[in-house]
Design a protein around this ligand. Structure first.
Ligand SMILES: Nc1nc2c(c(=O)[nH]1)N[C@H]1C(S)=C(S)[C@@H](COP(=O)(O)O)O[C@H]1N2
Ligand SMILES: [Mo]
Length: 325
């Protein structure tokens, strides 16, 4: 087994995770919460990502290939598939990075998405049906988690703008809100009642129409595995990873800015915009560098996660907003 030795620049996983907020909140909740959460020492937590979990079953998933769009060259190596598919954040299945086994309980057959709110015809659409109406492509995007780890993944999916066009929003619609599955029967994390389930996220309609905004249904040339957000997830590469909601069941078009899952827990740390910026530290750690899954190499983080040429103009007139945290 590979034993990870912690170096000076590494942040303890516990310090770098939103869990720390909730652990703080636990004190308010009293003994019941404390039992549920028995906090692991920082070193033990860290070792979770030194260990390779068992080889993901995702290797056996059905193929889902699409032509690669070379326009979005990531400029760094693709993360090995076993790493990108076994080191996850999916709080519905638990708070560790090793939710791989639990997430296999996710049932994705006949998945439907409700399209709601300010659109021509609110309706429910099956994912299979949706996929017949869009053009699939492969995009290799960099992903930057707010916890300062990063990966580079070949996603298969389609531009979110295609779905917006199908939905036909009315002129009042200003935001899209993504609601994700909250199924008590298969998701043990939902028992943690202090979280504001279901997990929701939102973007402005301008962000949704940006060419980078993507809905992923596959990765590594195969159907997306449960732990990475099957059967359909957002992929917003210029924003911190928590914006990329997994396992979406509803998309609501609205004129009101939503308060999202992490924002509801701690707005000062996880705001609405959450665009990547190395110069704006998280209140509890630096965002200057990121650790690449697979090699553990530390590399400099770039503003907009390096996607400024595509997205910076979206924010030119929003200088008074807290765009980066
Ligand atoms: N429904 C849901 N979506 C989610 C999360 C989650 O806990 N639940 N975690 C987010 C966070 S913090 C990150 S970094 C990415 C992780 O995606 P990955 O596991 O595919 O790397 O998913 C995001 N989407
Ligand atoms: Mo994240």
């Amino acid at each position: 087994m590979f034993i990870h030795r912690r170096r000076g620049w590494e942040i303890a996983e516990r310090e770098a995770t939103p869990e720390a907020i909730v652990t703080g909140r636990r004190a308010l909740l009293g003994a019941a919460g404390a039992v549920a959460f028995g906090a692991a020492p920082a070193e033990a937590q860290w070792n979770i990502f030194g260990q390779r979990p068992t080889m993901p079953k995702s290797a056996e998933r059905p193929p889902l290939a699409a032509p690669r769009n070379a326009k979005y060259d990531p400029g760094r190596a693709i993360t090995p598939e076993p790493e990108a598919t076994s080191y996850n954040n999916f709080y519905e299945f638990g708070q560790s990075k090793s939710v791989f086994d639990e997430a296999q309980a996710l049932k994705t057959a006949d998945w439907k998405i409700e399209l709601a709110g300010m659109i021509a015809k609110p309706r429910t659409i099956g994912v299979d049906d949706l996929l017949k109406q869009v053009s699939l492509e492969e995009r290799v995007y960099r992903h930057r988690c707010v916890e300062a780890w990063a990966m580079t993944v070949p996603w298969v999916g389609f531009q979110l703008s295609e779905l917006v066009r199908l939905a036909e929003p009315t002129s009042n619609a200003k935001y899209l809100v993504f609601t994700t599955l909250a199924d008590k029967a298969t998701m043990p994390g939902l028992r943690q009642s202090w979280y504001p389930w279901p997990y929701t996220e939102g973007v402005t309609i301008d962000e949704a129409m940006n060419e980078l905004a993507f809905l992923s249904v596959g990765m590594f040339g195969k159907v997306i595995p449960p732990q990475n957000g099957a059967p359909i997830r957002l992929t917003l590469p210029w924003k911190y990873g928590f914006k990329s909601a997994k396992s979406i069941v509803k998309i609501t078009f609205t004129d009101t800015r939503p308060v999202n899952f992490w924002q509801a827990l701690q707005d000062s740390e996880y705001g609405f915009w959450a665009n990547v910026n190395p110069e704006i530290p998280h209140p509890r750690w630096s965002q200057a560098k990121e650790r690449l899954l697979g090699t553990d190499e530390m590399v400099a983080t770039r503003i907009w996660n390096g996607y400024g040429e595509f997205v910076a103009p979206l924010y030119a007139n929003l200088k008074n907003e807290r765009l980066f945290a």
